[in-house]
Write a protein that binds this ligand. Structure first.
Ligand code: B12
Length: 156
């Protein structure tokens, strides 16, 4: 068993049971715009649900968020985009994850103003889900826990 899988199993043991060893999730905003309300709502919601959350703040480069994933040794990364730049930005993050050899070992998901056709493309790219405006926090929490508990890292 890899160290990574051991870490996920330890996190599973902690999730929802006192949370001594919760899942760590990075919530990140790539791109140049300042639409951060959704990212902050998700970050707080995941924290309230027992996840350990690291929020990068706005205007991060793909290299920055991927480095943060490595340094913080996260189990999952959630990307937010409302500006319309999601295809370019999310694709760059995936490319950087591949370069740093962490693609497939971190569950990847996202949300924001993202049309259904683009959602489908992002699922093919490796996101396990992409959530539109109005998405319920409970659904996001449940999906993330399910994905991590199955050790499943990429799309459904
Ligand atoms: C509020 C808002 C602003 C605020 C932002 C305040 C802030 N600090 O965030 C202000 C007034 C600053 C603003 C500015 C601009 N905005 Co604006 N803004 C909006 C608006 C009306 C609502 C966004 C919002 O906060 N919703 C509330 C939050 C809670 O919802 P949410 O972010 O969608 O998040 C939910 C889901 O999307 C999802 N989600 C989001 N992120 C993530 C991440 C993860 C990991 C997960 C799991 C889920 C998830 O879950 C959340 C809960 O359901 C949208 C229109 C809209 N209806 O979405 C336009 C919108 C995003 N803005 C837009 C534009 C064009 C601009 C400006 C360029 C306008 C201008 N010409 O100046 C500027 C850009 C300024 C800049 N440099 O960034 C466009 C973007 C166009 C596009 N996508 O093609 C939109 C879509 C409006 C439109 N219909 O044209 N904006």
């Amino acid at each position: 068993m890899t160290d990574r899988m051991k870490g996920i199993q330890q996190a599973q043991a902690g999730a929802g049971s006192g949370m001594n060893s919760p899942y760590r999730v990075l919530v990140a905003k790539v791109g140049l715009d300042g639409h951060d309300r959704g990212a902050k709502v998700i970050a707080q919601g995941l924290k309230d649900a027992g996840f350990e959350v690291i929020y990068t703040g706005i205007r991060q480069r793909p290299q920055d968020v991927v480095r943060a994933c490595v340094e913080e040794d996260v189990h999952a990364m959630g990307l937010s985009s409302l500006s319309g730049g999601h295809m370019a930005n999310f694709t760059s993050v995936v490319a950087e994850m591949k370069k740093q050899k962490i693609f497939g070992s971190i569950a990847l998901f996202g949300g924001g103003v993202i049309p259904p056709d683009d959602r489908k493309k992002l699922l093919k790219l490796g996101f396990f889900e992409v959530y539109a405006p109005g998405a319920s926090l409970q659904t996001i929490v449940t999906d993330l826990k399910t994905t991590l508990s199955r050790g499943r890292k990429s799309s459904k």
